[in-house]
Design a protein around this ligand. Structure first.
Ligand code: PLP
Length: 381
């Protein structure tokens, strides 16, 4: 059972408690039970000297302005609640939210590039679009792909960060985060924790400086919010806020509200879906129509499997499971990475990263395990 505890002003609280209370500490004092949604794009201030000082302070450190945010691109109180809560769950000083997971990753790369640190060391597989962003050099970065054992050797004086996913999208390959953090030395390690969530793994405890999430997935958890977030120390967060302010990849307050609501049930959802996923992985592994099953040692609600037959027939055959990209929702989704989530990665690179053309990626939701198995059994033909 999860026993991770985080420090609060009074005493340490368990993850399940933080999930429902973090980011809401001030509500009762305001006579509120549910967080308000602040949709303001601007904030009145009759004292423009004070406003100037607040803007200067933000430009210097990226620290959140005291008092109201000046303008919504600088910050938003509803989004800040989600950031506070996610930081508590990940065990970091703070977190910075973005319009999507890709906007969050882009902001990290831009922060480092602005310091002349354009080189990135990364381990495949990564989510297809993360791979593409680095490989295509869309933000002027240059990538060296390596395996975890090659990280130390791949570092250069201009290396801005090291990026790994664990469990990785879509093969669920796992990385020894402590060993990788050690290999990084003083170069920031960024761990994409989208698949594990802080319920199963807290990379900051293993030495990651940056914990990245596509919050679109488990943190939102209901398939209705696009969002990203980086959990990190206050110093890095300041730079991320400055990039977010200058480039505009902000999260909408309504999305911030939905994410905070999603966090409340995150531990319950992840544990329930993981139990079902482990059982489906067991049944798939015992099935002669399935060549190979990938299921992480740390658990989780994602299962990947390679079929002997046509993977497209499985996608066309499901009735209860939705054939769709994305993951981490209350309902189960299945997709064919070589056709969709990792289509944008060069076929040879994709296969080299272990993403077989016969691989299917299943995101297990909260349905009954026997109903899901009956659907998969029918789709496998
Ligand atoms: C989906 C995903 C992303 C990208 O997030 P968006 O919210 O779609 O921009 C990044 N990393 C992983 C592991 C993902 O699954």
């Amino acid at each position: 059972m999860e026993t991770a505890r985080t420090k609060s002003p009074t005493r340490t609280r368990a993850l399940a408690t933080e999930a429902v209370h973090a980011g809401r500490d001030d509500l009762a004092g305001q006579g509120l039970h549910v967080p308000p949604i602040d949709l303001s794009t601007t904030y009145p201030s009759a004292d423009s000297r004070a406003e100037a000082a607040r803007i200067d302070a933000f430009a210097t450190t990226g620290a959140e302005p005291d008092g109201p945010p000046v303008y919504a691109r600088l910050g938003n109180p509803t989004v800040a609640r989600f950031e506070t809560a996610l930081a508590r769950l990940e065990g970091t000083e703070t977190a910075v939210a973005f319009a999507s997971g890709m906007a969050a990753l882009s902001a990290v790369l831009l922060v480092r590039a602005s310091l002349g640190l354009r080189h990135v060391v990364a381990v495949r597989p990564l989510y297809g679009c993360s791979d593409h962003l680095l490989t295509a050099g869309l933000l002027g970065s240059e990538v060296t792909w390596t395996d975890p054992a090659g990280i130390a050797e791949a570092l250069r004086p201009d290396t801005g960060c090291v990026l790994v996913e664990s469990p990785a999208n879509p093969t669920l390959a796992e990385v020894d985060l402590r060993a990788v953090a050690h290999a990084c030395g003083s170069v920031p390690l960024m761990v994409d924790n989208t698949f594990a969530t802080p319920v199963l793994q807290r990379p900051a405890e293993h030495g990651a400086r940056l914990v990245l999430h596509s919050a679109t997935k488990y943190l939102g958890g209901h398939g209705d919010v696009l969002a990203g977030v980086v959990a990190c120390d206050e110093e890095f967060a300041g730079r991320l806020r400055q990039v977010r302010f200058a480039t505009g990849g902000v999260l909408h307050p309504l999305a911030g509200y939905l994410l905070l609501r999603g966090l409340a049930t995150l531990p319950v959802r992840v544990r329930a879906a993981s139990r079902t996923a482990a059982e489906l992985a067991r049944r798939l592994a015992a099935d002669p129509r399935v060549e190979r099953v990938h299921y992480p040692a740390i658990g989780g609600a994602m299962v990947a499997f390679e079929v002997h037959g046509d993977p497209h027939a499985v996608i066309g055959g499901v009735r209860l499971v939705t054939p769709a990209v994305s993951l981490g929702s209350v309902d189960s989704l299945i997709q064919h990475p070589a056709s969709i989530s990792h289509r944008i990665v060069d076929a040879e690179d994709r296969r080299g990263a272990g993403v077989s053309d016969r691989l299917l990626r299943l995101s297990v939701g909260l349905e009954d395990v026997d109903d899901l198995w009956a659907d998969l059994d029918g789709a496998l033909g």
